[in-house]
Write a protein that binds this ligand. Structure first.
Ligand code: IPM
Ligand code: MG
Length: 360
């Protein structure tokens, strides 16, 4: 049976990195006879330029018909000054929320070949393998009321609402416990329960779930401490589960432990495991169009797509292995370059992964 994949290249380096990921996807599609079909759509600034909005309802409707989505990145200076209601990022938030993609999995895995590229000492990060489970469709990103209003004294005030319902907390909590079961069986739930009511409830719900997963050890940590522990002793963590905003911040920090955010894929899943796959990094407008961006996070996102939404483990393993081979060959894009390795561009990195596929 054919499976439909939506491709959303987006802005900045998005189209360049997605092009390489697409070549890899085409190769496994042919080699493993996966019967994947592709449809392209616009998102972010690219959609604003054509449709005047960052994601059309028609695009969302088409996305609903797909088995999985591959996204590049959105945003850039060209659209920084437009009305905030139609900023490129709103397209991303709209697709996450319209499709109910509440479970964002961000694995921070340090490839042994890149231990020198990390800004932390090798002994602190070698062997690092963390999974950040970020709630993606709630919290302060979506809470109402929100806005910028003018007070009686004429001063303006910006405001947002941080809220989580029990059911929202419970479903992401279950994702974290279930993921931990397949890993080292430890969940650390990150909150700010010493200050924020929304996260007092968060902690309560996590504690309530814990007895249902007696094989998994649950701990709690305040987000400020978690940020510190991530750069002090990151290997203490296995699965970290947290809300939307804390997850956004902590996952960037965790990314750098692995050498570069250019290496980090992500999956955003709905309740049935259908999902959208994208690199954790942004559109990097400063290097867009130069052919130097690292396509590996996007290529690894393809592997996550095959694994989590399509159940094609063998093809996913082949991609992961190919990435290992190119790193062994010493090939590095600028973001992961260290002296003694060979610097390559976006397309050359794609060429190398293709060459390594099924040769390994
Ligand atoms: C991410 C990004 C997005 C987020 C932006 C682009 C809206 O930083 O996926 O981490 O904050 O979720
Ligand atoms: Mg982010």
């Amino acid at each position: 049976m054919t499976k439909k994949i939506m491709i959303l290249p987006g802005d900045g380096i998005g189209p360049e990195i997605v092009a390489q990921a697409r070549r890899v996807l085409d190769a496994v599609n042919t080699h493993d006879d996966l019967q994947l079909e592709f449809i392209g759509e616009l998102i972010g600034g690219a959609s604003i330029d054509v449709h005047g909005e960052p994601l059309t309802d028609a695009a969302v409707a088409r996305a609903r018909e797909c088995d999985a989505i591959l996204l590049g990145a959105v945003g850039g200076p060209k659209w920084d000054t437009i009305d905030r209601a139609i900023r490129p990022e709103r397209g991303l938030l709209k697709i996450r929320s319209s499709l109910g993609l509440y479970a964002n999995l961000r694995p921070a895995l340090l490839y042994p070949q890149l231990v020198e590229a990390s800004s932390l000492k090798p002994e602190v990060v070698s062997g690092l393998d963390i999974l950040i489970v970020r709630e993606l469709t709630g919290g302060i990103y979506f809470g109402e009321p929100r806005g910028i209003r003018t007070l009686e004294n004429g001063e303006r005030e910006g405001y947002n609402t941080y809220k989580y319902s029990e059911s929202e907390i419970e479903r992401i909590g279950r994702t974290a416990f279930e993921m931990a079961r397949k890993r080292s069986k430890k969940v650390c739930s990150v909150d700010k329960a010493n200050v924020l009511e929304a996260t007092i409830l968060w902690r309560e719900v996590m504690d309530r779930l814990a007895p249902e997963y007696p094989d998994v050890e649950l701990s709690h940590m305040y987000v400020d401490n978690a940020a510190m522990q991530l750069v002090r002793a990151p290997k203490q963590f296995d699965v970290l589960v947290t809300g939307n905003m804390f997850g956004d911040i902590l996952s960037d920090a965790a990314a750098m432990l692995t050498g570069s955010i250019g290496m980090l894929p992500s999956a955003s899943l709905d309740k049935d495991g259908r999902g959208m796959y994208e690199p954790c990094h942004g559109s990097a407008p400063d290097i867009a169009g130069q052919g130097i961006a690292n396509p590996l996070a996007t290529i690894l996102s393809v592997s996550m797509m095959l694994r989590y939404s399509l159940g094609l483990t063998k093809s996913a393993d082949a991609i992961d292995a190919a990435v290992g081979v190119v790193l062994d060959q010493g090939l590095r894009t600028a973001d992961i370059y260290t002296p003694g390795t060979t610097k390559v561009g976006t397309c050359e990195m794609g060429d190398a992964v293709l060459a390594a596929l099924y040769q390994a």
